[in-house]
Design a protein around this ligand. Structure first.
Ligand SMILES: Nc1ncnc2c1ncn2[C@@H]1O[C@H](COP(=O)(O)OP(=O)(O)OP(=O)(O)O)[C@@H](O)[C@H]1O
Length: 319
């Protein structure tokens, strides 16, 4: 049974004018980011490769500090990093029990929570396996279990579904829905546009260092049907900026191809931008986006309060 988190007792995380660059002369990876994460909110962060999504999530998780701006109101936070340090000198159960006690659980409660989450993710048989001997998938199950077992007020997931088998992926989606229903906030990045489709209270895209709200209700897929454009450009190049700004999601595919998910209403503009690039991109295919899988847990009303932005920084949705 999930621990309820009364809203009035929770810290509300706020990013105010946050900028981050690596090194004194490095480029600004993020700049002028304002964001408020309300209790119970489910927030999706999108963006092309290397735009700064992980940088933003590390700031949200409290593992990194802004170069400028400030972060206030730290809730009890747990984080699943993009790369989990698997070669730790513990068995899976001992590691989870240790993490549970760090998060304030008694040893028996931490041991019970460790067993419960390993069971839920189908990894109970690996409880006594040293972490260094776990497969990538089992190690990822431990990574998500360590974040969930203390029932955090804020859960930050950086591509946490990657490497999990199908049942564990479904289990993690269910756990996210449970967490938000219990009043916890969840912020996630995932390369699959169908992940938790229709559920986020807000979706933001990181574009050229700024955080742009997607649509009125925050769901990237609320703006009508989408198409998937597969396109190939010169080796090692990212799609033109105009494409990244118009698309709901840009992902690298096999070879030098990119998979670009875009609202149907903007697909002509994306194709024009690809074909008009110098040198032009080769459009391999244009297909309707597959239907998302139906959600398994009843929907629940939740509140998200995006911080007000300066008018010039609001992304307008072109028809
Ligand atoms: N610790 C670091 N030191 C120096 N540069 C870094 C560091 N972490 C990230 N960067 C740089 O910051 C930029 C944004 O990286 P980040 O990992 O946040 O992007 P991302 O959107 O999560 O990318 P991906 O989708 O590939 O995971 C990249 O140019 C990256 O090389």
């Amino acid at each position: 049974m999930a621990r309820e988190v009364p809203e009035r007792e929770q810290q509300r995380l706020r990013l105010e004018g946050v900028g981050r660059r690596y090194g004194r002369r490095g480029r600004w990876v993020l700049s002028g980011v304002d964001l408020e994460v309300a209790p119970g909110a489910l927030i999706r962060i999108e963006g092309a490769n290397g735009t700064g999504k992980s940088t933003l999530l590390r700031l949200l998780a409290g593992l990194d500090a802004p170069t400028v701006g400030r972060i206030v109101g730290r809730p009890r936070t747990a984080y699943v990093p993009e790369r989990f340090p698997a070669a730790l000198p513990f068995t899976a159960a001992d590691y989870l029990m240790h993490l549970g006690t760090v998060h304030g659980l008694s040893r028996p409660a931490a041991a019970d929570a460790a067993d419960e989450w390993l069971e839920r993710f189908g990894a109970a048989e690996h409880a006594r396996t040293p972490m260094s001997e776990l497969s990538k998938g089992s190690s990822q199950k431990v990574a998500v279990a360590q974040a969930l077992l203390a029932e955090p007020e804020l859960l930050v997931l950086d591509e946490a579904w990657t490497g999990l088998d199908d049942p564990a992926r479904g289990e993690l989606e269910g756990a996210v829905v449970e967490r938000t229903a219990a009043g916890g906030a969840v912020v996630f990045v995932d390369h699959d546009p169908r992940r938790l489709a229709g559920r986020p209270d807000a979706t933001y895209a990181v574009v050229e260092g700024t955080l742009n709200p997607r649509t009125g209700n925050g769901d990237a897929h609320a703006d009508g049907p989408h198409v998937v454009v597969r396109a190939q450009g010169p080796a090692g190049t990212a799609p033109p900026d105009e494409v990244t700004e118009l698309a709901a999601l840009v992902e690298e595919a096999a070879g030098d191809a990119h998979r670009i998910t875009v609202p149907e209403s903007r697909s002509d503009a994306v194709l024009r931008a690809l074909l008009g690039a110098r040198p032009p991109w080769h459009v391999v295919s244009v297909e309707p986006e597959p239907e998302p899988a139906p959600a398994s847990v009843p929907d629940l009303a939740r509140g998200i309060v995006p911080r007000p932005r300066e008018p010039e920084s609001i992304e307008t949705e072109s028809p």
